[in-house]
Design a protein around this ligand. Structure first.
Ligand code: NAP
Length: 325
């Protein structure tokens, strides 16, 4: 087993291939998780304003910097939330994130979703005209937001910029308008959602991919990917955990992978990389040929975001599409 592989981004900066996810880590869990992760050798942390736990991540960072790690040896990602897509809100929210994390720069700042909400009404502003729905800002475009994010590079507060949950069309739209490619696109990717076209496109364009929900998450209460027979069979044969097999599946594809756990033994073992043979990689990939599943679809959230982002069958009834320009 080996761990700690480093990948190079198109801007020459490097990112550790395995990072720690922090979404859905409950209060008082994530501080320990981050500490344990850094002790175990993780140097890549994935955070976001909307996870509402960045202050706890910051408390953990205070404990590990500089006693275990130097700030410059960590790769810290955070994400601009939908309520701050308006150009005059972008740097303000970044400053809030930096204060929560207790750092003066991010290694990577992502536009979390290709969706804008109005500012100043909370993280999920309720739509007074449509109960059970989030209010959308249908005026602010991805290009407006991307231009403001590009300007952040001049502030020294972010080293690299990127996007998340963007499709090929969304990326083409912002690049055509600004001439600036996102360095990273963070997307849901696992054997049930391989996203081959997007992976190919980003590879050809030199855009680094980070795979989120690499273990399949469990939002829908379906069979967990870690329990799929193909995964358990390969894991048993290799003497590895099923989560290690799923992380290795992403690693085989050449991108970075950010499994989340708040349990110390899992945090440690998820980071120990195993290698898959082509045969085992193909075997795990077969899962996706049988059952396409995207877990993270905002149109199915409660409250509903009434927007078609990925053109999944279940999104066809949405009122809005993404405003690229
Ligand atoms: N950009 C975006 O829109 C977006 C969306 C979703 C996620 N993300 C990022 O990606 C990270 C990872 O995705 P995710 O949290 O959705 O899902 P995930 O990492 O695929 O799965 C997390 C789940 O797997 C469990 N788990 C962890 N290690 C395990 C192991 N060794 N064996 C069995 N179960 C294990 C965790 O429980 P325990 O904690 O109890 O171990 C948790 O329930 C997030 O935390 C977040 O940082 C980004």
């Amino acid at each position: 087993m080996s761990h700690g592989k480093i990948l190079t981004l198109s801007n020459g900066k490097t990112v550790p291939q395995i990072g720690l996810g922090t979404w859905l880590s409950k209060p008082h869990e994530v501080e320990h998780a981050v500490e344990w992760a850094v002790q175990a050798g993780y140097r890549h942390l994935d955070c976001a304003m909307v996870y509402e736990n960045q202050d706890e991540v910051g408390a953990a960072l205070k404990k590990v910097i500089p006693s275990i790690v130097k700030r410059e040896d960590l790769f810290i990602t955070s994400k601009l939330w939908n309520k701050s897509h308006q150009p005059d809100q972008v740097e303000r929210e970044l400053d809030e994130t930096l204060a929560q994390l207790g750092t003066d720069y991010l290694d990577l700042y992502l536009v979390h979703w290709p969706v804008a909400f109005p500012p100043g009404k909370g993280l999920f502003p309720p739509d007074s005209a449509k109960p059970g729905h989030v209010e959308l800002d249908t005026e602010t475009s991805l290009v407006d937001t991307w231009r403001a994010v590009v300007k952040l590079l001049d502030t020294g507060k972010v080293r690299t910029i990127g996007v998340s949950n963007f499709t090929i069309d969304h990326i083409k739209g912002i690049v055509a308008a600004t001439g600036v490619k996102p360095t990273v696109n963070q997307i849901e990717a696992h054997p049930l959602l391989p996203q081959d076209d997007l992976v190919e496109y980003c590879k050809a364009e030199g855009i680094h991919l980070t795979a989120y929900s690499p273990l399949g998450n469990n939002l829908l209460g379906k069979t967990k990917l870690v329990d799929y027979p193909a995964v358990t069979e390969v894991a048993k044969r290799l003497g590895a955990s099923t989560a290690q097999v799923l992380v290795a599946w992403g690693v085989y594809r050449g991108y970075s992978v950010i499994p989340k756990s708040v349990q110390q033994d899992r945090i440690i073992s998820n980071f120990q990389q195993i290698e898959l043979s082509k045969e085992d990689y193909d075997k795990i990939s077969e899962i996706g040929h049988q059952a396409h599943t995207r877990f993270n679809i905002p149109f199915t959230y409660k409250p509903v975001w009434d927007i078609n982002l990925f053109d999944e069958e279940v999104e066809k009834g949405a009122t809005h599409g993404v405003k690229i320009h």
